[in-house]
Design a binder for this molecule. Sequence first.
Ligand SMILES: [Ca+2]
Length: 356
Amino acid sequence: MKKIKLYLVGLLFPALLSLAHASELPAPETYAGRAEAEAFVEDMAQRGLDADWVRQTLGQAEKLETVRRMFRPLAGGQRKNWQAYRERFVEPARTGAGRAFMQQHAEVLTRASNQFGVPVEVIVGIIGVETYYGRITGNHRVVDALATLAFDYPPEAARDRSAYFREQLAEFFAWCAKEQCQPLELRGSYAGAMGIPQFMPGNIHLFGTDFDGDGRIDLNNPVDAIGSVARFLARHGWVRELEPVFPVSVEQAQLGPLLAPDILPTFTPERLALHGAQALAELPPREVYALVELQNGEAASEYLLGSRNFFVLTRYNRSSYYAMAVLHLGQAVTASEAAAAAASQPEGKAATCVQC
Ligand SMILES: [Ca+2]
């Protein structure tokens, strides 16, 4: 009996061992010793950074398949769905968080709006869509995300953006050297975007703003985040007092030429009318517009006219759906704040004010 047991153990032992191995995660693949990483280190040294520091840091950066997956193309043929996209962002919990954010930072939002000419609701919409008012700022190590996209960008993606991410990685190291921060400790999105406004490293020195005047740009500080978002939009050409979108009626048969330039504002109202698109509101003169299509899955698409300011919003994230979600969330937050303020007015106050 004992012999049989030993025999069984002998048979089972290799199987148990292999099971144990199967349950272990593979060792992370790092960029230590990779030729592309070494070339990058030399490049950074030429820009005046400490080569040993960059090499040692990059040697601990890990290649992340989860990040690569996000940049692979989706299965083709599926229509987008604006209503479903909208519901992800414009919902009571996020709107409520936006109201609290707006109340807490009312003075700063007004100051940023006055200084940069960007409406409060647009700033509030962006911060809400980007990070749920600072609640979700990303949990990837920035150096892992950027190194993965710089050196292992998925080849099946429609467009190779590895050069862009290599530059962002360089900007990240330069910024860390200047700010004396620990690059391995910083976390952000799967694309390497950081802080409440989710700035890519290259945008920090271009558009980051020390809006509370404490001598440093801190993107985890709501005051600096608010100023930085407004400055980003202003520097990308935001036009004071210009509505981002206008309603339009279209003739389906003539849409092709109008949709061809995508979100680039191209058409005067006269050119739009030639192709059967009529604005349903008065358009500011001497402006050009894009016809924007929002697909709704199998249901009919919606159309609107996007002004230069709509295009500016898409510089933050190159998607009409993103820009529309920003506008709708911002409007929902400001509308709920206005409704709450009106409800809290003592009865009869409105009549008194009219008499004033
Ligand atoms: Ca600051």
